[in-house]
Ligand binder design. Structure first.
Ligand code: ZN
Length: 58
């Protein structure tokens, strides 16, 4: 099994523009709601839950 190469990088699919990018997690203090990524394509904030959650993808 191939391991993760960058522990703090994630493959993100932006829920706004549906493009993928490698995101580095932003730790916005202790509030989990502020954790996430900024999409380089549309500049919108992508919450960590939306980015990595195993929610049913359409
Ligand atoms: Zn985007």
């Amino acid at each position: 099994m191939s391991g993760v190469t960058q522990e703090h990088s994630y493959d993100i699919e932006c829920p706004h523009c549906h493009k993928t990018f490698a995101g580095e997690r932003i730790d916005g203090g202790r509030a989990a709601r502020y954790r996430g990524f900024k999409c380089p394509h549309c500049k919108l904030f992508v919450p960590l839950q939306r980015a990595t959650g195993s929610d049913a993808a359409s």
